[in-house]
Design a protein around this ligand. Structure first.
Ligand code: GLU
Length: 511
């Protein structure tokens, strides 16, 4: 560890919603910063105006907020700003100029059409074209054109790009905290565009310049950026910033639940789970992508499952709070190979956090569902219902499925159950039960059960002949918890009304 204060950044491009892999990158940066009392910075990398998607930045911020990943510096807040690259445009030009002056970069004037043509020609010969050591000397750039011609083109406003001049036959070795020493040969690297004539840098230049100016100590990002590391290292070297160059850590991929490849944004819809933290509605395609938040996941569960995708605590422990993770997280325990995402495990995590919540909290979460359904219920009854069905649920959304019958009279009665359990003498028996119930003073599950059992024993009625039809009247089918608990929660009046109404309606059903 360096003696500098740890400063890490999460640097998404606002090109769409944040994939859960992106949230994991943010999380690992956050945890690393917390662990070392460092700073966690949000930087918006919006240099590619063509890929800019309105609403994406707000989406990213909202997602981080939902996850509890508070950044200490970011758009509108912090002394290393601005934190949006599009607002830092003026800063990059001088570095691009410096690279040109030092001979490490050059102007290139080839149009996209010309390059496409060359690409196609190469393909015909079974080759892959790349703008670099082997080809740059035959192309339209300041290495091949005269100075007068270059100046003329620049002065006449011709469009250009600035490319980094990859040194020949050089080995670039860099340590990656997760992968160890990695060596790249420049002979396989192309001359990347670092600046464009619209005055905007590309990702590579902006990223390096900003990491330097923002005094970033560790670059923790996805594996897809590993191949950019040698270029970035060379940029640090060329710009004379090698001493303060950040350390790199490239996180492993998150893999699809089954089959090959990384988890993609389409997998969620195909396989029935969210891939995004919160819902995203694409205004161009009108597509809607589900979110963990809207699917009823708790942020604690989402964070917990993400933490274990690629990081190994070294113990059997599986449940971790954000605070706990902040203490024990270490990049050394991040694995190199991809981690398979298991949607069932995600549900299992949620179930755990659901069970941890007390009934009052769950009631608050459930109320909006009830309001939407037009149901009004006393707080007292709601708490009783939740306490009763909680154990069967893993999500707030499961609560309705397991409790709807408490809140309104059955609107229909299950035909199968009627066929099986409703006999000639059922109504008569239920009327007798109704009478019996009327006289129970202490309306509690235990008391109801005892009175009911004594009565049936005296009458010598088999329990099933009454229990099943009674349940049918109360909840409409063969569902719900213990029958006497249902009676207790419904209250005496409602229980009696439902028995009466059930008998009337079921008797009218002809099967
Ligand atoms: N803007 C890049 C992205 O969207 C950031 C990569 C990095 O962290 O260097 O992933």
């Amino acid at each position: 560890m360096t003696n500098r204060k740890v400063r890490v950044r999460f640097a998404p491009s606002p090109t769409g919603p944040l994939h859960m892999g992106g949230v994991r990158t943010a999380l690992f940066n956050y945890l690393f910063a917390k662990k070392y009392n460092g700073d966690f910075i949000l930087r918006i990398e919006d240099t590619d105006q063509n890929r800019f998607v309105p609403g994406a930045e707000e989406y990213i911020i909202e997602s981080l907020k939902w996850c509890g990943l508070q950044f200490s510096e970011g758009p509108g807040n912090g002394k290393y700003g601005p934190y949006r690259q599009s607002e830092r445009k003026e800063i990059y030009k001088k570095y691009a100029d410096y690279l040109i002056d030092s001979g490490m970069a050059y102007f290139a004037f080839d149009t996209p059409e010309q390059l496409d043509e060359i690409r196609i020609e190469a393909e015909k010969k079974g080759q892959v074209f790349s703008y670099g050591i082997l080809t740059r000397n035959n192309l339209q750039n300041s290495l091949t054109l005269s100075k007068t011609e270059v100046d003329r083109k620049l002065n006449s406003g011709e469009s250009f790009v600035i490319r980094f001049k990859m040194p020949e036959d050089t080995l670039v070795t860099e340590n990656d905290i997760i992968r160890g020493e990695v060596t790249f040969s420049t002979s396989v690297l192309d001359d990347k565009v670092i600046f464009k004539s619209d005055g905007m840098p590309t990702y590579h230049l902006a990223n390096v310049v900003d990491d330097h100016l923002m005094e970033i100590t560790h670059v923790i990002r996805g594996e897809e950026w590993l191949s950019s590391m040698p270029l970035h290292v060379l940029l640090y070297r060329t710009l004379g910033w090698e001493k303060t160059k950040p350390q790199f850590a490239h996180l492993p991929l998150i893999l699809k639940p089954t089959g090959k490849g990384k988890l993609s944004k389409r997998d969620g819809d195909k396989m029935g789970f969210p891939v995004f933290p919160v819902r995203w509605a694409d205004t161009e395609t009108n597509e809607v992508f589900r979110g963990y938040r809207e699917d009823g996941y708790f942020p604690e569960a989402f964070i917990n499952l993400l933490a274990l995708l690629g990081w190994n605590p070294g113990t059997e422990q599986e449940f971790f709070s954000l605070e706990e993770l902040s203490e024990i997280f270490s990049l050394e325990r991040v694995v190199k190979s991809g981690s398979r995402f298991d949607p069932e495990k995600a549900k299992w995590f949620n179930r755990h956090y659901f069970q941890q919540k007390d009934v009052t909290e769950l009631a608050e979460l459930f109320k909006p569902v009830l309001i939407e359904k037009g149901i009004s219920v006393s707080n007292e009854m709601l708490l009783k219902v939740i306490a009763e069905v909680k154990e069967r649920c893993g999500f707030t959304t499961d609560l309705w499925e397991h409790s709807y019958f408490f809140f309104s009279m059955p609107s229909e009665y299950d035909i199968k159950t009627i066929k099986k359990h409703w006999k000639e003498d059922t109504s008569e028996k239920l009327l007798a039960i109704s009478k019996l119930f009327e006289n129970i003073e202490n309306w509690k599950a235990q008391q109801i059960k005892e009175t009911f059992s004594d009565f049936l024993n005296t009458k010598e009625w088999a329990f099933g002949t009454v229990m099943n039809p009674l349940r049918l009247c109360l909840v409409g089918g063969n569902v719900g918890p213990d029958l006497f608990v249902i009676c207790d929660i419904l209250g005496k009046d409602t229980t009696l009304t439902r028995i009466k109404s059930g008998i009337e309606k079921i008797e009218q059903i002809t099967i």
